[in-house]
Unconditional design. Structure first.
Length: 444
């Protein structure tokens, strides 16, 4: 019997990947994708706990779903409502007390057990809570990827985090670091490529801490894994995220030098340019170490561009500390970046630090930083005008005869091109910068 499934995803790319895998495990039960929650027999909120705002969104969405669920029940039907992801992991039972109409609460480590949980809620009244960190490896129990992937896909290779930055919930919600064996990563990559994927983004909370079992015994780091993936025929592009500066090694840098499929664009969060703040954050490197890493990447791959994450208004951050962040940005020059006000997360050390920064100060600093980062992004995009960039075409554009693809730097590029270009890489001469993307023409 066909049933409809609606999954709403919040947070990082790991959650995007997990949502696709949840759809995969539920497919054998007859679940097919729904357009929206209104016509769904099961709704999953795959949640994020990283900042307070992310968490609030979950409860307001649950408030919107409640009447839908009640309506369905009045009509003699049923809507199974599940909360998955990092809020589920962090809050568990509290979700069931704040929103007792929720049927299922499951953490990121147990979604391979979803069919069994769904069976349990269908059979009996009462909610199911599963936020264990089970001993069995989730990946061994997942079916092979089935959902259609398009041209570009995520592949999760590493999960969890042992870094314990003092502001961050991830080590608590995702648990200890775990790397998938290289063989299973390679097998999934080959399946994805056979299904038409041309670009893979390797995912992990700390993807460059990867140390998976190698096919020859021993372990492979990320650099070695990338070299093996580069041998998969028809895999045109490889990316990875998110990296920690501390785990960058020579093998990874040399992969950037020598593997043409590895894209010259790197998301490398630094959080702050102040050594005092970096230390209080437990990032375990100094601002100068970051500068040196950037230099080494640039020496290996001169056309590389960088993206990063920043937190402003961390407890104890002075004007001088903040200026150090601004100075670091000016020196490095980022092609793109994310920046956030520090948000105290329950249970993390920094939430209890003295000298929390007033909201008004945080806002003022964030505005200044974002202004700088936006101008750097604009300058980077404008510097692409006149360049020829290889573009991987992913979909049709809104206009007749138009295709949309991505540059090596993840910029969206709109081009007039024949439809058989989909899934292919073509050289494009960049002619203009639009609001959020580039425009250009095929180089004949
Ligand atoms: N694993 C990655 C980042 C994961 S979270 C890394 O180590 O860099 C993504 C980003 O959210 C972080 O880089 C950080 O900039 C931001 N973030 C995490 N916790 C936060 C908090 N409590 N307040 C504000 N921003 C936060
Ligand atoms: Fe969070 Fe730090 Fe781990 Fe990144 S490295 S996930 S910021 S604890
Ligand atoms: Fe959010 Fe969890 Fe990702 S807290 S950022 S969904 S790891």
């Amino acid at each position: 019997m066909s049933k409809k499934l609606f999954i709403k995803t919040y947070g990082c790319q790991m959650n995007v990947y997990d949502s696709a895998r949840m759809a995969d495990v539920l497919a054998p039960l007859g679940y097919t994708p729904a357009e929206g929650p209104e016509d769904a027999d099961m709704v999953v909120l795959n949640t994020c706990h990283i900042r307070e705002k992310a968490e609030e969104k979950v409860f307001s969405e649950l408030g919107r779903l409640k009447p839908l669920k009640i309506e369905r029940e009045k009509a003699g039907g049923r809507m199974i409502l599940a909360v998955a992801g990092c809020v589920a992991q962090a809050e568990g039972a509290e979700i069931l007390s704040r929103a007792p109409f929720v049927d299922l609460v499951l953490g990121p480590q147990t979604y391979h057990r979803l069919p069994e949980m769904v069976a349990r809620v269908t059979r009996a009244a009462g909610a199911v809570l599963d936020t264990e960190f089970p001993a069995e490896a989730k990946f061994d129990f997942l079916p092979e990827t089935t959902s259609s992937k398009g041209v570009s896909a995520f592949l999760s290779i590493q999960e969890g985090c042992d870094k314990f930055c003092t502001f961050c919930v991830v080590p608590y919600t995702r648990g200890a670091e775990f790397s998938r064996p290289a063989q299973s990563v390679l097998a999934e990559a080959r399946r994805l490529v056979a299904a038409g994927v041309r670009e893979l983004t390797l995912l992990g909370q700390n993807v460059n801490a990867y140390h998976g079992a190698s096919p020859e015994g021993g372990e492979w780091g990320l650099g070695r894994l990338i070299r093996a993936l580069a041998e998969v025929p028809d895999l045109a592009r490889i990316r990875y995220m998110t990296s920690h500066p501390l785990d960058v090694d020579e093998a990874l840098i040399s992969a950037h030098r020598e593997v043409p499929q590895l894209m010259p664009f790197l998301h490398l969060p630094v959080q702050s340019g102040s050594d005092r703040v970096l230390e209080a954050m437990n990032r375990r490197h100094r601002a100068d170490d970051f500068r040196r890493l950037i230099e080494r990447f640039r020496a290996a791959r001169p056309d590389i561009a960088f993206s990063s994450d920043f937190i402003v208004g961390f407890p104890g951050e002075t004007d001088e500390d903040f200026e150090a962040t601004m100075a670091l940005c000016r020196e490095v020059g980022f092609a793109q970046a994310f920046s956030f006000k520090y948000s105290p997360r329950p249970g993390t050390p920094a939430a209890g630090f003295p000298r929390q920064i007033a909201e008004a100060v945080q806002s003022e600093r964030l505005d200044r930083l974002q202004e700088l980062l936006t101008s750097q992004q604009r300058a980077f995009n404008e510097a692409c005008i006149g360049r020829e960039l290889p573009v991987l075409f992913e979909r049709r554009g809104r206009h007749e005869g138009q295709l949309v693809g991505r540059s090596p730097y993840l910029q969206g590029v709109h081009v007039t091109a024949p439809a058989d270009g989909l899934g292919r890489i073509r050289q494009v001469r960049i002619q203009r910068v639009d609001r959020n993307s580039l425009g250009g023409e095929l180089v004949s």
